[in-house]
Design a protein around this ligand. Structure first.
Ligand code: C5P
Length: 240
């Protein structure tokens, strides 16, 4: 049975979206609800795992019996992930991590005129009153995890699962990501469908395996998707 099949295992799960500050009152965010990650946390808990849930923005109640760590930015999430994976058997990155962040965070609220950050567009450019934000790349957390884990020979085996939300070329992008990020499994959903992805209670996913195979799962509640994912993780554990 599934109950207890993760007993003694440490599972780190990220959920929700990161928020990248612009000034003290504004941020750049995304539509992630956290539902998939929170479902995964409850499923791992029910299977007996010690669960660390690193959550960005999400409006869900904290799952009972799960160690919750709140973060805002991608950099904070990266730092938390790198800290907690040292003792983990499984890492699931279901968070929607912002690829970019504002290059500078204004110390004061940016005003409509005479702003302190970004480039306030001048009327000579025909863009009166606009604001240009300069964004820089955020670290890719799974890429950094790959570097740390693959280098450290003493690191215990860490099963790594990523997510991909795509609006086009889902299969090609997903297969590419699995290889680039050194993943054991990649769960891909088509966020252009209304029954799948951000905010939805159901998900239609494809699961890609490191051996190149792909599974096409039917539309299911996110709780069932979580169970399906752990059903595939358990056999990967303890195979060193
Ligand atoms: O490259 P893309 O953002 O589509 O990859 C998605 C997967 O990579 C997700 O598992 C996500 O949590 C993770 N990711 C990450 N660091 C980033 C961006 C995404 O670990 N900066």
């Amino acid at each position: 049975g599934r109950h207890g099949d993760l007993a003694g295992k440490h599972v780190v799960i990220t959920a929700g979206g990161t928020q990248e500050p612009i000034d003290p009152v504004r941020y750049v965010g995304n539509r992630s609800s956290g539902k998939m990650g929170y479902s995964l946390a409850r499923e791992a808990r029910d299977r007996g795992a010690h669960v660390i849930l690193i959550t960005g923005s999400a409006t869900l109640p904290p799952p009972y019996g799960v160690e919750l760590h709140r973060v805002e930015t991608a950099i904070q999430m990266r730092d938390a992930v790198l800290r907690f994976i040292t003792a983990a058997d499984v890492l699931i990155m279901s968070a929607a991590v912002a690829d970019f962040r504002p290059a500078q965070v204004a110390a004061q609220k940016i005003k409509k005129t005479g702003g302190q950050s970004g480039t306030q567009e001048k009327s000579e450019h025909g863009n009166d009153g606009g604001l240009t934000l300069h964004m820089v790349r955020n670290p890719d957390i799974l890429q950094e995890v790959a570097e740390v884990v693959d280098k450290a020979s003493q690191h215990q085996r860490l099963v790594r699962v990523g997510f991909a939300a795509e609006t086009e070329n889902l299969i090609a992008y997903a297969q590419q990501k699995l290889v680039q990020k050194h993943l054991d499994l990649l769960v891909a959903n088509d966020v252009s469908r209304s029954d799948s992805g951000f905010g939805s209670d159901t998900n239609k996913v494809f699961i890609f395996h490191a051996n190149g195979s792909m599974e096409d799962l039917p539309v299911m509640p996110k709780t069932d998707v979580a169970a399906a994912i752990f059903q595939r993780i358990v056999p990967l554990l303890g195979t060193t």
